[in-house]
Design a protein around this ligand. Structure first.
Ligand code: UD1
Length: 416
């Protein structure tokens, strides 16, 4: 299994391009299941999670053409609406095939994803929504089995804000009979990107990006071309990395408007940030100031940036409180950061972090995608060498991480 060796202490400077968003690409690729014509996607990031999803779609009978970051999917010959456990267990987002399959095929059998390192992560809201649209849904032998003739439009109110839940139900509603209203919908930019793609395919959607989404069902969708939005979490991760090293970077091909909360916190930490239409320039002080934060659904501070900011607070001047409100077990990185000399105290869903003058390199273990990113950030600023084990987590969600960091002057090496 690959490891990442980082020699800390280099100031990150320079310019890199941001990739397409993982969390937009995954639902959007699933949207191709909704129609029997080819759909072409550009700016698709080359990531392990994308490979896993494409393998799952191929298994169902979807034809795939992939050239660099352009992927064309043709689900005309969709034969087998099944997502087996072996594939779903490696990537929870596979549940995103459920809504499209229910709508297009009237049946689906999708393995329950189960829990993961950051929490239980049930999919009851996805199921409840499909039931409200008239589908018969059973959970048997670890699989969600859906049967429906044509789904019927309905008024859906989710118990909590769920991103993939909103996406699944929005996709299902596109082919339903009549109007569906999703209330308490997720407002994440990736939901908007998916809605834009569905609209290009002929869907009738309004309100995406707000808490109420209206979808007027149509009998069928058609082929289209869609460019995946830039990855706001990848952007935020490199901004944090540059910030802790006292660096100066320019990230191009990104969208500052999707990062208000993150940019606000980096500014509060002492960075000077300039946003242009498709780029962000960050200039960091020699030492950052600690920042308090609380994760919540968009547009508040994203849980997917919590771990990276914990690394930032570990070396900042002062103390900070970090509250995680989305996932119940998302502080796994704290224990590893402590191995690098961080001063962190955890109490339930709150972490108290006291900045230290410096961290020391050590061997640490990545536990999930964003936790791994926080260890990379800590390694970049730690004294000496940090070896990060299990970096397959990083390969799931960061395209060419080592090459991009190296382009900014970091001393990183992938050890096979
Ligand atoms: C998505 C993102 C993930 C991000 C998360 C929160 C993708 C592929 N992944 O995950 O990177 O960290 O949003 O921004 O886009 N919940 C239930 N029942 C449900 C659904 C969710 O109880 O049916 C709970 C979850 O356990 C969690 C909270 O709701 O506590 C939010 O989860 P959700 O927004 O659904 O996360 P994902 O869509 O899985």
């Amino acid at each position: 299994m690959d490891k990442l060796l980082i020699e800390g202490g280099q100031c990150l400077t320079g310019e890199i391009a941001v990739s397409g968003a993982k969390n937009a690409a995954l639902p959007i690729l699933c949207a191709a299941l909704l129609c029997a014509e080819p759909v072409t996607f550009t700016n698709v990031p080359q990531l392990k999670d994308v490979d896993t999803l494409l393998a799952l779609l191929a298994r169902m009978g979807v034809k795939i053409e992939r050239e660099g970051s352009t992927v064309t999917l043709d689900a005309a010959g969709l034969t087998d609406p099944v997502a087996p456990y072996e594939m779903v267990k490696t990537m929870r987002a596979s549940i995103l095939v459920l809504g499209p399959l229910a709508a297009r095929c009237g049946q689906a059998s999708v393995s329950l994803p189960g829990g993961c390192a950051i929490g239980a992560r049930p999919v009851d809201q996805h199921i409840k929504g499909l039931q409200a649209m008239g589908a018969a849904v059973d959970v048997e032998h670890g699989y969600v089995r859906v049967n429906a003739s044509r789904l019927k439009g309905a008024r859906l109110v989710t118990d909590m804000v769920t991103v993939t839940g909103t996406e699944n139900l929005m996709m299902a509603a596109c082919l339903a009979d009549g109007e569906t209203i999703i209330e308490n919908a997720a407002c994440e930019p990736e939901v908007v990107d998916l809605a834009n793609c569905l609209t290009a395919m002929g869907a009738k959607i309004s309100g995406a990006g707000s808490e109420m989404i209206r979808i007027e069902g149509v009998p069928r969708l058609h082929g289209a071309r869609h460019r995946i939005m830039p990855d706001r979490i990848e952007t935020g991760t490199y901004l944090c990395a540059a910030a802790v090293t006292g660096g100066q970077v320019r990230l191009i091909g990104t969208q500052a408007s999707s990062l208000d909360a993150v940019i606000g916190k980096l500014t509060e930490a002492g960075c000077v940030i300039r946003c242009d239409p498709d780029s962000i320039h960050l200039s960091a002080p020699r030492r950052l100031s600690a920042v308090n934060l609380r994760t919540a659904p968009y547009p508040a501070f994203p849980t997917d940036m919590q771990a990276q900011f914990m690394a930032l607070d570990c070396v900042a001047n002062g103390a900070a409180t970090i509250r995680e409100t989305i996932f119940e077990n998302r502080f796994m990185h704290a224990i590893e950061l402590q191995r690098l000399g961080a001063d962190i105290h955890i109490d339930g869903n709150t972490a108290m972090v006291r900045g230290v003058e410096r961290l020391q390199g050590a061997t640490v273990m990545a536990t999930d995608l964003r936790a791994s990113a926080s260890l990379v950030i800590a390694g970049l600023v730690a004294e000496g060498a940090t070896m990060i084990e299990r970096i397959y987590h990083l390969d799931r969600g960061y395209e060419c991480l080592d090459a991009k960091l190296a382009a900014l002057g970091a001393r990183v090496q992938r050890v096979k």
